[in-house]
Ligand binder design. Structure first.
Ligand SMILES: Cc1cc2nc3c(=O)[nH]c(=O)nc-3n(C[C@H](O)[C@H](O)[C@H](O)COP(=O)(O)OP(=O)(O)OC[C@H]3O[C@@H](n4cnc5c(N)ncnc54)[C@H](O)[C@@H]3O)c2cc1C
Length: 504
C-alpha cells in the first residue's frame, strides 16, 4: 500500500516538545521549527541568547521533512553557471564555499550530538541519458571547476548516460531525524521549543510582539524561519512558488549504489537516491515541478514519477508518495538577513529545492548578525537587495503571473452553479451571495465551503486534486478544505461561508 507521506515521516523518531501555555519574554523569537529555525536556535542559545522556537505543527514537518535529504555544495536548482552569468565568478565561488561550509556544519552537529540520521558521504552526479542537455551539463561542469571543485566522468549508475559528471564527497541524511534530534539536544530553559503553537500576528517594534494561538511572546528580535515569510513582505514579489513531487519504491533487485543522481530531461532534473528504512531499502525519485495552483489534476505527476522508475529499474512496489513546496528567487540567490525596511526582523527564503543547505547557512548568517559579529557571506545573500538586472526576466514573469491570476479569476465565470455538481474529492469555485467560494467534498461526500479569496493578497485559490487542498497561484499559500493554512505567506484561514440550501 502507498503511504501518502514522506519516507522521512515514517522513519524518524518523534520529538516531544510542549505546547506554549504562557506569555514569554525572550531575546529572539524564531517562528518555524524546520532546519532553519532549529539551527538558528542552536547557534543563538550557544552564544547566550534566550530564544524560543514557535512551530505551528511538529518540528521538522514543514518542507524539511518532505525534502529528499541531499546535501551538495553547488546550488543545484538554479545551476552554478546561471548564477555565474548573473552575478559573476566570485559570487559563484562564494556560493559554493558557503554551501560547503553549511554541509560541514551539519556533519559537525551530527558528530557533536551523535545523531543517528543516516548521514553518508556520497557522490553527486549530473547526467542526461539522451544527451539533450549536453550543453547545459558541460557549462555546469566548467562553472563547478572554476568555483574550485574537482569533477570526474565517473557516474556509478547502471543506466548509460550519454553525458554527465560527478562531484565526490557530497552527502545525504534523513533531514527530519536530524532536525528533531538537534531540537531535542538543544531544548533547555534558555532555548524553549514549542510545537502546535501558531503565530497569528506579528508587530515589529521595540520590543517586537508575536501573538500566537497559545500566548504572547515579547522579543528583542524575530527570525521568520517559515520557509517564506508570513504576512506581506517585499520578497514575495521576487519569488515564484513551485510544487514538486516524490515517490519511493522498493525494487526486486539492483539498487543503485549510494549517490545523488540528477537525470536531466527537458531542462528539468529527476533526482534519484536510495534510503535504508527500518523495513528495507527504497529508491526515491523527485521531480515533475510546476507552479503552485496551476494544475488541478496533478495525480498524473505521481504516475509520471512511478513510470520514470519503472522504465529504469525492476520496481517491486511504490511505498511512499508526497509533494512539497519551494520558492525560486528571481535572481537565483536566496534572501537571508534583515528584511527590507526592517530593523528587528530577519527572513530566510528563496531556497529553491536546495534549502537544507541554504537553511543551515541562513541560520549561520542570521545568528552571527544578531550576535553582532556579521558573517562575510551576509552581503552575498542580503535579503533587502534589489537586483534589476539579475532578476529582470524572472521578476517580470513572476509579477505578470500574479497580476494575470488576480484579474483572470475575478473576471471569469465560476466552475459550477450547484453543490450537486460537485462529486466526492472534487473542489470547485462557486458564487454564493456575490462572493467567490471554494467548495469541495471529501471522500465520503461531506461538503466544505470557504471563501475562495486568499487572505494574503486576495487572489482566488485553485483546487489541488492530488493533495485535496486549495492552492493560491499568486504567492503559494495553501489551505485545507476547511480553510486552515497549510503553508505559504498567508497567516489567516480562508473565511468560513455559511451554507445556502438553495444551491444544493
Ligand atoms: C520536493 C523537494 C525536495 C527537496 N529536497 C532537498 C534536498 O534534497 N536538499 C536540500 O538542500 N533541499 C531540498 N529541498 C528544499 C528544502 O526542503 C527546504 O528549502 C528546507 O527544508 C526549508 O527549511 P525551512 O526550515 O526554512 O522551512 P520548513 O522546513 O518549511 O520549516 C518552516 C516551518 O515553519 C512553520 N510555520 C509556518 N507558519 C507558521 C506560523 N504561523 N507559526 C509557527 N510556525 C509556522 C511550518 O510549520 C514549518 O515547520 C527540497 C524541496 C522540495 C520541494
Amino acid at each position: 500500500m502507498v503511504n501518502i507521506t514522506s519516507v522521512w515521516k515514517d522513519n524518524s523518531k518523534q520529538g516531544s516538545f510542549p505546547i506554549l501555555d504562557q506569555d514569554l519574554t525572550v531575546d529572539v523569537a524564531i517562528i518555524g521549527g524546520g532546519i532553519t529555525g532549529i539551527t538558528a536556535a542552536y547557534l543563538l542559545a550557544k552564544q547566550g541568547k534566550k530564544v524560543t522556537v514557535l512551530e505551528a505543527r511538529a518540528i521538522g514537518e514543514g518542507s524539511t521533512g518532505f525534502s529528499t535529504g541531499n546535501l551538495y555544495a553547488i546550488p543545484g536548482s538554479e545551476g552554478l553557471h546561471t548564477i555565474e552569468k548573473k552575478w559573476g565568478k566570485e559570487h559563484a565561488r562564494q556560493v559554493v564555499e558557503s554551501r560547503a561550509a553549511a554541509i560541514d556544519f551539519i556533519e559537525a552537529r551530527i558528530q557533536e550530538f551523535n545523531i543517528n540520521c543516516g548521514f553518508v558521504h556520497v557522490p553527486w552526479c549530473l547526467f542526461s541519458e539522451q544527451g539533450e542537455s549536453a550543453s547545459y551539463i558541460q557549462k555546469e561542469r566548467e562553472a563547478v571547476e572554476r568555483a574550485g571543485l574537482t569533477t570526474s566522468d565517473f557516474i556509478p549508475f547502471d543506466i548509460k548516460p550519454s553525458v554527465g559528471f560527478s562531484i565526490a564527497n557530497q552527502a545525504q541524511f534523513n533531514p527530519l531525524q536530524y532536525t528533531v534530534a538537534l531540537a531535542q539536544h538543544i531544548q533547555s530553559d534558555s532555548c524553549l521549543i514549542f510545537e502546535h503553537t501558531k503565530m497569528m500576528s506579528y508587530e515589529e517594534g521595540e520590543p517586537c510582539i508575536v501573538i500566537t494561538d497559545r500566548g504572547k511572546i515579547t522579543a528583542t528580535e524575530v527570525i521568520m524561519a517559515t520557509h517564506t515569510p508570513k504576512g506581506l513582505y517585499f520578497v514575495h514579489s521576487s519569488m515564484e512558488p513551485y510544487r514538486e513531487y516524490a515517490v519511493a519504491a522498493t525494487l526486486n533487485d539492483n539498487y543503485p549504489p549510494n549517490g545523488t543522481y540528477w537525470d536531466m530531461i527537458s531542462k528539468q532534473h529527476y533526482s534519484i537516491r536510495t534510503y535504508d528504512t527500518a523495513h528495507g531499502k527504497v529508491l526515491m525519485v523527485l521531480g515533475e515541478k510546476h507552479k503552485v495552483g496551476t494544475e488541478e489534476h496533478n495525480e498524473s505527476r505521481f504516475r509520471n514519477l512511478e513510470n520514470f522508475l519503472r522504465e529504469r529499474f525492476n520496481v517491486n512496489s511504490v511505498v511512499y508518495s508526497w509533494a512539497a513546496q519551494q520558492y525560486k528567487p528571481a535572481d537565483g540567490i536566496p534572501y537571508i538577513g534583515k528584511s527590507s525596511g526592517s530593523k528587528k526582523t530577519y527572513i530566510a527564503t528563496g531556497f529553491s529545492a536546495d534549502g537544507l543547505v541554504y537553511g543551515t547557512l541562513a541560520a549561520i548568517i542570521i545568528s552571527a548578525e544578531i550576535i553582532g559579529n556579521p558573517n562575510p557571506w551576509n552581503k552575498l545573500y542580503d535579503a533587502s537587495r534589489i537586483t534589476p538586472v539579475a532578476s529582470a526576466a524572472n521578476y517580470i514573469k513572476a509579477n505578470a503571473s500574479v497580476t494575470y491570476e488576480l484579474i483572470k479569476d475575478y473576471l471569469f465565470k465560476e466552475n459550477v452553479d450547484h453543490f450537486s455538481e460537485i462529486k466526492p474529492t472534487e473542489g470547485k469555485i462557486m458564487e454564493i451571495n456575490g462572493q467567490k467560494c471554494a467548495v469541495s467534498r471529501n471522500r465520503t461526500g461531506d461538503l466544505f465551503i470557504v471563501s475562495a479569496a486568499c487572505p494574503h493578497m486576495g487572489c482566488i485559490v485553485h483546487w489541488n486534486s492530488g493533495e485535496q487542498s486549495w492552492d493560491c497561484p499568486c504567492h503559494g499559500s495553501r489551505f485545507t478544505t476547511d480553510g486552515e493554512v497549510i503553508e505559504g505567506p498567508a497567516i489567516s484561514a480562508l473565511a468560513p461561508i455559511h451554507h445556502e440550501p438553495s444551491k444544493s
